[in-house]
Design a protein around this ligand. Structure first.
Ligand code: MN
Length: 571
């Protein structure tokens, strides 16, 4: 861990101005000090993780602010540093990036439920107004996956599942296919241990055998390209990721012979013309397999991937895949939106310094487009897609329950809206709220990524004053319903029975027995002492006409009862 390695990584692609060197040095020292007494589960110093995250971000050629934010990304959540302090030390922009990563880190993906996955994706959109937040998060996740073996098994499973269902598809959607494959491969042994074992046992030799074979092909190809004046930038064998091999095998009855791109030859040339020229030369040399020529240059994949692919009957008549592309296409294929970011930054340097916001907006549009496609791929629902307009996103916030679940609310929503969204009882009994660990007022405006906890008291009832600040219809409806239920606001009707009967010993006992057997409460009994045929007045907590009439029928059967009348009284 040396800050020089970080600077060297950046210098591979550009000169670093002095102020950026100073910034990265300061972030390095600050984060190292903040984490100084902490260790990872691997027993390494905690700061190793921050350093590796920053190194990855630098490798993707992101700017100095992102590298600094990557170094600092866990200082707020894990080292107890106040965000205000980050703001003071490093400015708004870096604090914003750190805050975004901190908020994303609070999400926990517990179930494989469709809705939860969808909410998580929406949450990513809402929080990560700046693509750099996601890129830091992806670098953070990559290092966490590399050190996953040190965690307890249950955590391993959850994190691996989250990686495979959220982070890898996200990376793929952002065009970072290589990262997506790496994340999938790291999650694979935890999610499918048996399949992984099978694959290692059966494929390892195959891979090695294929790699040796491709070395032979490479020598032949290089010679021919030279004769045809094709200038190669590089030609290399690349092995298929285990996880994508498994997916492919699963579709083809686990038949390894059917997988031609187990190891493919990747050729990088100067420009598009040479891509097609190279393809022509390969086809002259070896006959192509029908249906396996793919022109992703003319027709890029939805994630923007460009390349020419072909499978030919190569040396020894073995089917072999070639991938041909330019350096720019290669960079984009490897690093996707990160590469795009780096390119546009280089091109827009002037704009960037003069008016950062214009630049950021342009970026944001491109990347929201990417993520919209991601949603489309996953959910497939047109209706949902329509609701995913940027406007929609700007009007929604996503907050997190203490259990790590995501709750979707309109912008401006308060803890009361949140409480009713969880459960009407939680809403009714709400007496206070904690947002990100701090007690707040009930009309506090929630922000995306806030961790919200509701304090309740069992006998508490909703308050009319809440109606003034809540934002959701659901809360409004439930508060009103709760208010109607309040006893002191409700006009009560009771029934007064007037029973005329010949008095006898046990008459009252018989009457009250019938009433209580009908599960009706007697509120008041009034018996005049003077008459042989008294009119007994019995007030009951009852106002249902049907029940009243049923009760009258029963009472009439009592010995001595002559007549029964009743009236409803307001109390
Ligand atoms: Mn981290």
């Amino acid at each position: 861990m040396d800050v020089k390695d970080l600077l060297k990584e950046i210098q591979k692609n550009r000169d670093i101005p002095k102020n950026e060197t100073i910034l990265i040095n300061r972030a390095f020292d600050f984060a190292q000090k903040a984490h100084q007494n902490q260790k990872r589960k691997s027993n390494e110093p905690y700061f190793v993780h921050c350093f590796e995250t920053a190194l990855k971000v630098a490798e993707w050629r992101l700017d100095a602010e992102t590298v600094a934010a990557a170094l600092l990304h866990d200082t707020v959540e894990d080292a107890g540093i106040n965000l205000e302090e980050i703001k003071k030390e490093f400015g708004e922009e870096i604090a914003f990036l750190v805050e975004g990563v901190t908020k994303l880190g609070r999400l926990k993906y517990r179930t494989s439920e469709e809705k939860q996955a969808e909410n998580l994706r929406k949450m990513f959109l809402a929080i990560s107004r700046d693509i750099r937040v996601i890129l830091i998060k992806l670098a953070d996740r990559l290092h966490n996956m590399k050190t996953l073996k040190f965690l307890p098994p249950q955590k391993q499973k959850r994190i691996a599942l989250e990686t495979s269902e959220i982070y890898a598809p996200l990376a793929y959607r952002l065009g970072m296919a290589n990262l997506a494959g790496e994340l999938e491969d790291l999650a694979f042994p935890y999610l499918r241990p048996d399949e992984y074992k099978w694959l290692i046992e059966n494929v390892k030799e195959k891979y090695e055998e294929r790699e040796k074979y491709l070395e032979r092909v490479k020598i032949v190809a290089e010679k021919v390209f030279k004769e045809n004046n094709i200038e190669l930038i590089s030609i290399d064998a690349r092995s298929k990721h285990y996880s994508s091999l498994y997916k492919k095998l699963f579709r083809s009855d686990m038949n390894l012979e059917q997988v031609y791109d187990l190891v493919a030859l990747r050729i990088i040339v100067k420009n598009i013309e040479e891509c097609y020229a190279t393809l022509g030369i390969i086809h002259q040399l070896w006959p192509p397999l029908p249906g396996r020529i793919k022109d992703y240059i003319a027709l890029p994949k939805p994630n923007g991937y460009r390349s020419l692919h072909t499978t030919v009957f190569c040396l020894d008549n073995k089917p072999t895949e070639f991938q041909i592309r330019t350096l720019e296409m290669h960079e984009e294929a490897e690093n996707g939106i990160a590469a795009y970011w780096a390119y546009s930054q280089a091109k827009d340097t002037k704009n960037y310094q003069e008016g950062k916001t214009i630049f950021a907006e342009k970026k944001e549009l491109a990347w929201i487009k990417q993520l919209k496609n991601w949603q489309k791929e996953v959910s497939g629902s047109e209706e949902f897609l329509n609701s995913l307009k940027i406007d929609f996103l700007k009007n929604r916030i996503f907050v997190i329950t203490p259990k790590g679940e995501v709750v979707d609310l309109p912008a401006g929503a308060t803890p009361i809206d949140f409480a009713y969204q969880i459960h009407s009882e939680i809403g009714d009994q709400c007496i206070g709220a904690k947002v990100n660990g701090r007690i707040t007022s009930l009309d506090h405006e929630l922000q995306s990524g806030d961790l919200v906890e509701i304090l309740i008291q069992k006998s508490k009832k909703p308050s009319e004053s809440w109606l003034k600040f809540i934002k959701t219809d659901q809360a409004r409806r439930k508060i009103k319903a709760g208010l109607r239920k309040l006893p002191e606001r409700k006009q009560k009707l009771q029934t007064e029975f007037l029973i005329t009967a010949a008095d006898r010993v046990g008459l009252l006992k018989d009457i009250s027995a019938i009433i209580s057997r009908s599960h009706v409460n007697m509120v008041r009994v009034n018996i005049p002492q003077t008459s042989h045929f008294p009119i007994i007045k019995i007030r009951c907590a009852l106002n249902d006409k049907e029940k009243i009439e049923k009760l009258i029928l029963k009472l009439k059967k009592i010995k001595g009862v002559k007549e029964i009348n009743y009236k409803l009284v307001v109390v």
